[in-house]
Design a protein around this ligand. Structure first.
Ligand SMILES: [Zn+2]
Length: 123
């Protein structure tokens, strides 16, 4: 069965099985480096990630305000509750996205597996 011709960051060979028509897996295919970059930057800058960062920053500012006495404890408690609800909502959104990505990878794997099975049947 064909294995990917690429190598891992540590220099050892990538051992992923690839469809017979390809020499590289998704991570190492030079033809798909642009696609990879696009996907990676999309994941890094995705809205939920940014939102979580913003909410965490706001919560941390709020905590500092309460500790310093510039924010009323009662107000701090209510606002932090609201932020927590927001955080939960954004986390769920992020999880759904991650699941969609996993599904996509699974499909790629199934395609590769199918190609392998066809290869062994006819080759
Ligand atoms: Zn590879």
């Amino acid at each position: 069965m064909p294995r990917c011709a690429g190598s891992k960051p540590d220099g050892s060979p990538c051992e992923r099985i690839v469809p017979g028509s390809q020499s590289y897996c998704y991570s190492h295919d030079p033809d798909r480096s642009d696609e990879r970059r696009r996907n990676a930057s999309r994941a890094g800058k995705s809205r939920p990630n940014k939102e979580i960062q913003d909410i965490k920053q706001s919560l941390s500012n709020l905590a500092e305000g309460v500790l310093a006495g510039s924010v009323d404890k009662g107000v701090g408690a209510v606002v932090s509750q609201i932020y927590n609800v927001l955080l939960r909502g954004v986390s769920v959104e992020l999880k759904v996205r991650e699941e969609q990505e996993l599904e996509q990878r699974l499909e790629e794997l199934e395609t590769a597996l199918q190609a392998r099975e066809e290869g062994s049947r006819w080759g």
